[in-house]
Ligand binder design. Sequence first.
Ligand code: SAJ
Length: 447
Amino acid sequence: MTANLQTLHQLVSIRQAKVGVVGLGYVGLPVACMLAEAGFRVTGLDIKQERIDMINAGISPVEGKEPGLAELLERVVQNGKLNATTDFITLSDADIILIDVETPIDENNIPQYRALKAACKSLSAVVRNGALVIVESTIAPGTMERVVRPLLEEVSGKKSGQDFFLGACPERVMPGKLLANLQSMSRVCGGDTPEVAEVMVNFYRHIVQADLDQADLITAELTKTAENAYRDVNIAFANELAKICQSVGADFLKVRTLVNKSPGRNVLMAGAGVGGHCIPKDPWLLAYGAEGNVDLRLIPAARYVNDSMPEHLVSILENAFAGLGKPLEGSKIAVLGYAYLEESDDIRNSPSETLVNLLDAKNVEVVVQDPYVHGYQQSVLDSLEGCDAAIVMVAHQAYREFDLNDAKVRLRTPILIDGRRVIDPQKAVDAGLHYFGLGLGSTSKER
Ligand code: SAJ
């Protein structure tokens, strides 16, 4: 191990390494707090002054319920272990710098690295000799080689691997469980060299209680994007199977249960769509990393299937109206659920947004209800008042519990489309509702 790296290794072991975290969002802030709690001196860096001011006042700018984060932040700011700034020069004496900036994709599913490039350029002007730069953002395979290393070398004039070191350790956090996941989820420590990976394991061991697996840079990039592409493909299979079941008069839930009795099968849940900040994006990052050298069919197709689910629900709705000889245009529809995930207030890439846009385009009046999302928190039954149909888009518990008989009274036309299969079809029919469940064939609900 080079002298520089050996020194860093020792500083990390005794928690004397100075840490910088670039990007204080829902990934960077919790990791900065946990490293400060572990005893490191941490400087957080962000471009938003109001976020910096909140953090330095010990107030968490992260929205939503994050157990323990607000208290932890207040503690580490008060004890002087964490401070925040907009000024990169403060990182000039940092030994380890984590980069946690957004890596979105554009409308053509191409990664947008504006924030990553800006962070690398600013960092390269101040990075000290012997420092270790670790990218925690989820990035397309090959990004460390094609984007991060060149930018850090060009502006600094330094040589990676001897003047400074490179690592990739993709985050595996989930909104609502940020601190718990950071502690309990295993992580891949992708080092430019095995010795760098070894120092990374030593570093993350101070906050991660799960496996820390050494790997190289490309393996770390591939692992994170592949694990989410894997989930997307599996959800797409469930969705396509649901469409088949519906078309042949079967019930997806029954077929799924029976298939999953077979060893090694685990059909996921068909649903109204795939939202969030990870699953819709990471398959495209993986695909981009293949650089066009692979004739990708499955990963893009899975994205197409999952993105088609809101439209599929609109087709079910149109069939329901046709069955009653009613026009969809000019009707009023209640959309139950706007978050992308059950029991969450997170609306990023929500399938409900897609559905609402589709209904708007058909001159349908839309009423949105969501117990977790500001502005949509009227009662379920009140949201049904005078509507010609209700569409369940999210598996919130509230949609498993509302009174179906009351719903029948409130609805002007008693159509219920269950995009998450949270309602018992027979109970809905018994309450006098025209029930249409995703993956439930028209003939099967009477059996
Ligand atoms: N979804 C389905 N059917 C399923 C599972 C999910 O339609 O069977 C939909 C959800 O409704 C949602 C979207 O997919 O709209 C994503 O759901 P998710 O359960 O994957 O939750 P996320 O987006 O929070 O994914 C995160 C990911 N974690 C990280 O990126 C660190 C993912 O890797 C995890 O597998 C997932 O949490 C998890 O298991 O909770």
